[in-house]
Design a protein around this ligand. Structure first.
Ligand SMILES: [Zn+2]
Length: 114
């Protein structure tokens, strides 16, 4: 099986498709991974192709499972402290699904009361 190396144009196209919310203008743009807290450029992003020809886009850090959904744009004024705290809270809830049963019950009760 021949190995197809991606051209920079192909890589940029794949990044754009994988990250529609924060379109990449060029491979020199950087993103910050909220899971491993690393900042990297589009050139460093790991792109692998599965057997069906679909592209998997991952953080360049070895063993970091994050995808473009977990990346933010460094210096983006929309990402203020409150938004950042929200992110941290969401990630905490995702990583510890059993730690917040009371909070979930409260939310459900509030919905019924409405
Ligand atoms: Zn990462």
């Amino acid at each position: 099986m021949k190995r197809h190396l991606l051209t920079p144009e192909e890589k940029l196209q794949i990044l754009r498709e994988a990250d529609p919310l924060r379109p990449w203008e060029s491979l020199d743009e950087s993103r910050h991974c909220v899971l491993c807290e690393r900042t990297f450029t589009g050139r460093q992003v790991r792109i692998s192709t599965d057997r069906r020809g679909r592209h998997n886009v991952n953080c360049p850090t070895e063993d970091c499972p994050s995808t473009p959904r977990e990346w933010i744009t460094p210096g983006n004024p929309l990402v203020d402290d409150d938004a950042w705290k929200d992110w941290v809270r969401i990630l905490d809830e995702l990583s510890e699904p059993t730690s917040t049963p009371k909070l979930r019950q409260k939310k459900r009760a509030a919905t019924i009361a409405d």
